[in-house]
Design a protein around this ligand. Sequence first.
Ligand code: ADP
Length: 354
Amino acid sequence: MVRARHTALMDLMDCAVLVVEADDIVSEANDLGWRLLGSAPGSRSVSVRAALLDGLVDAVRQARIGVPVRQVDLCGQVRSDTSAVASAVRLGGAESPVLLVVRDITEVKRLETVRQDFVANVSHELRTPLASIRALAETLEDGAMGDPSVAPRFLGNIISETQRLTRIADDLLALTEAETRPVTEAEVALDELILRVTQKLAPQADATGQTLDVEVEPGLRVAGNADRLEQVLINLIDNAMKYTQPGGRLAVRAGQQGQIVRIDVSDTGIGLMQHELERIFERFYRVDKARSRQSGGTGLGLSIVRRIVEAHGGTVTVTSELHKGSTFTVSLPALAAPDEPRASVTPAAHAQVL
Ligand code: ADP
């Protein structure tokens, strides 16, 4: 009974647990422990030394002389792409076995890097307009205020930089909301929503001589939050307009295939290189920073799109050819009839799209 409990406890732990005897032989381990040593679960008599993990051997040696080891970094020894930490403690007096615990912290480290990059990016994005505002205000203070040939332009620039700061703050808020708040489930008439949004944006396309074709199958219904789905459409269509030359063609097509509602937003614009296709969904990533800034972009639009679509159980993918154009495809589970199970969009369903 005690033994069964002990084994169950070890197997439940999501870290490698090993008991190392005085001769460095592992007498007991959970599945992750055996895997760490490169042995089949339930193996017997494997030496930690044979696993060639110097950090582990050192940790065991230290614990054996009575110095407990806490969370030492194994510095990529388990696998070059894995970060792990080890702790070790002697289970009694001299000559007693050592308990060794190894925890995979790869995901924790990855998230920490994402967080640090995000903070660095936000600071950078805020500092740029703030520095411009300050320089312009100081120049005005130093006398330019009385010079009618520059004062109105400088004031105009200050206003546009503050508008930029507002856009960044709004997008950061939208991103946080999309990431943290659960989607309110309500029936959304996606066909009507698409028609409404495209009508609203059509004058913007018209102004640069772009044509906007819209083909929407009637009766498209999904479960979700209409405001957030509207934001997805606005961001994608706005990008299609921004990254397509005047006179280019834009199209929004939507229809249902089985249990999936699919929306394609295509353009005949500048397109993207293959290696950029995944990166553009990262926060603050832009292919051409100057161009994005000039057109009022924050580099957050597509990350907001991806978060919202994923929160609705869907996916967003892109196909593109440089100088020819791009197509962004949003797939969402169609609203099921009350007694039908809800569909889900798995990445596999999109393999052909990528
Ligand atoms: P931005 O505010 O810069 O538009 P997004 O997150 O919306 O930020 O887009 C990220 C980057 O992806 C853009 O800077 C642009 O380089 C690229 N991109 C987005 N949509 C398109 C498109 N339709 N055609 C070409 N490039 C695009």
